[in-house]
Design a protein. Structure first.
Length: 66
């Protein structure tokens, strides 16, 4: 499972690095993730590693690299 989550986190990091800040829906598509669960696993990994910032508004999560 660690390897899978690491791969997902790498895809999310790459998408953010190439595109800048993104809302979660667009990020999921840009990173080629299949489910919200995959996005949340990757977010958790990157948050734990202190690699991303997450902002929440009424409808969306916006993620960006630190």
């Amino acid at each position: 499972m660690n390897e899978k989550v690491g791969t997902l986190a790498g895809a999310v990091w790459t998408a953010l690095n190439e595109n800048g800040a993104m809302v979660s829906k667009d990020l999921k598509k840009a990173a080629g993730l299949k489910s919200d669960k995959d996005l949340y696993l990757a977010m958790g990994w990157l948050l734990r590693e202190d690699k991303i910032n997450v902002a929440e508004d009424a409808k969306n999560l916006t993620l960006c690299l630190k």
